[in-house]
Write a protein that binds this ligand. Structure first.
Ligand code: GDP
Ligand code: GDP
Length: 432
């Protein structure tokens, strides 16, 4: 489920985002409109997980386009998110811009929670009553700064989470195609399923907002997850970064493996890297397709050099298949499916505790964790946890002393010995 935080600048959207995702991801600034880069996070509450997106950070700072920009964001949030948190500021009451957002939300057929922020004390609860006027239900009073009311808000949010597994859904891998506009996503999907209608069997979505198309031929059997929009064209919103990001999140949430297309003529750009971060954050498998490879002059660009350039950009997560495709010429599409299948298998791979300890104890002995303040970290044993992606717990005496570089060493060793290509790995240090 995707929860979008909307509202005009300075009402406290990013502060709330931090609360919900318990991070310092969004940069809070007194002067509104500061470009903030991390606007997407995962949150869980009483065992239920959801995505949170702070729309505010996507607004570029220019006063005259402000209102129009905000309306655009709200429109996209209405189209793409599952739940909208409409944030207003109790200290400023209702402004014209609030009113205009409220009007859009009233018209939309969408779940909305009206959040009155900056209710730092009980006195301000009385002031929150003006917001009933919006006709968006009961205002929920919170203080993002001191945290009061956020527990109630989280309780409320998780009531909107639906289990949308369809009855006839098969237990087969789910792939999704992601990437910036114009990289060739629809061409790839069409190449796979467009022409051969016989293999297309969309299962009836109940509450689901993605379409699953089963592909079952040439020794492959999987669902392509489509957010009903990849093939829909000609929207003005198509090129907005925010829109692409939301789209990507939506399609990858349901998938096991993401097929990320980049345009060979443009290379790996910051937006592509952002999508990779989303994929990692969601612990999904990844295959990178360098598409439109037919347009590249092979004398000056080799796939080897190109691979190296990409790996430098995506480091440290470099253990990822990179395939050079020409979707319109149907080049290497079969290879893509092979790799996607491998990645799927790597992501569900289970290693026995005996085998794990055999190789990892040797790696640890060869290069033990550095001592901290004269204390030595002793790693006793390692075991794989029962999660839907590879995660490992290393039991030791002083888990807090094991830092990122050493964890990366452990991860690299795991990757050296076992095939986890294309899948994120999580390493936990636990107290014995
Ligand atoms: P955004 O532009 O909507 O993302 O708003 P920010 O999260 O950047 O917050 C704008 C300002 O309001 C910052 O100075 C925050 O510290 C402040 N703020 C946010 N939440 C609260 C709150 O609950 N109480 C008070 N008093 N101030 C808040
Ligand atoms: P999407 O926006 O990511 O779905 O991209 P499309 O599939 O609509 O493709 C955008 C444009 O790139 C179209 O004109 C395609 O014909 C073209 N295109 C897609 N794949 C390739 C390819 O492998 N090589 C070349 N030269 N053009 C391609």
């Amino acid at each position: 489920m995707i929860v979008a935080i909307v509202g005009r600048p300075n009402v406290g959207k990013s502060t709330l985002f931090n609360r919900l995702t318990e991070s310092k991801q969004a940069i809070v600034d007194e002067t509104s409109g500061v470009t903030r880069d991390r606007l997407y996070g995962k949150s869980d509450w009483s065992g239920k997980e959801f995505s949170v997106i702070d729309t505010g950070g996507y607004i570029r700072n220019s006063d005259d386009i402000f209102e129009e920009e905000i309306r655009k964001q709200v429109k996209i949030a209405i189209d793409e998110a599952n739940l909208i948190l409409f944030v207003v500021d109790v200290t400023s009451g209702i402004t014209d811009l609030d009113e205009s957002v409220a009007q859009m939300l009233r018209k939309a057929n969408k779940d909305v929670v009206l959040v009155v922020n900056k209710v730092d004390n009980n006195q301000r609860i009385l002031d929150s009553h003006v917001f009933y006027k919006f006709g968006l239900g009961e205002p929920l009073c919170i203080s993002s700064i001191n945290g009061s009311g956020t527990g109630e808000l989280l309780d409320k949010i998780v009531t909107f989470i639906k289990d949308d597994k369809a009855e006839d859904e098969l237990d087969i891998p789910k792939y999704t195609v992601v990437g910036r506009p114009n990289v060739g996503k629809s061409s790839l999907i069409n190449a796979l399923i467009g022409e051969d209608r016989n293999i297309v069997t969309p299962i009836s979505g109940t509450t689901r907002d993605s379409i699953y198309t089963r592909y079952n031929k040439f020794d492959h059997d999987f669902y392509l997850v489509d957010t009903a929009g990849i093939r829909k064209k000609g929207k003005v919103t198509e090129n907005l970064e925010f829109y692409s990001v939301l789209r990507s999140i939506r399609s990858l949430e349901k998938a096991d493996v993401c097929l990320l297309l980049i345009d060979a003529t443009q290379g790996m750009e910051s937006q592509d890297l952002n999508i990779i971060k989303l994929i990692q954050k969601n612990k999904k498998g990844l295959v990178i397709l360098v598409n439109k490879w037919d347009l590249i002059e092979k004398e000056t660009n080799t796939s080897k050099d190109y691979t190296k350039t990409i790996q430098d950009k995506i480091a440290p997560f470099v253990d990822v298949p990179i395939i050079f495709t020409s979707v319109i010429n149907k080049q290497r599409i079969h290879k893509v499916l092979e790799e996607a299948k491998n990645v799927y298998e790597n992501r569900i791979r289970r290693i026995t505790t005996a085998k794990l300890n055999e190789v990892m104890q040797e790696a640890i002995a060869a290069y033990p964790p550095p001592s901290v303040k004269g204390k030595f970290v002793k790693i006793k044993y390692v075991t794989q946890l029962n999660t839907f992606y590879p995660s490992f717990a290393f039991f030791c005496n002083l888990p807090q002393y094991v830092k990122e570089p050493y964890k990366r060493y452990l991860e690299n060793k795991l990757r050296d010995h076992f095939n986890f290509t294309g899948t994120p790995i999580q390493i936990y240090m636990r107290k014995k």
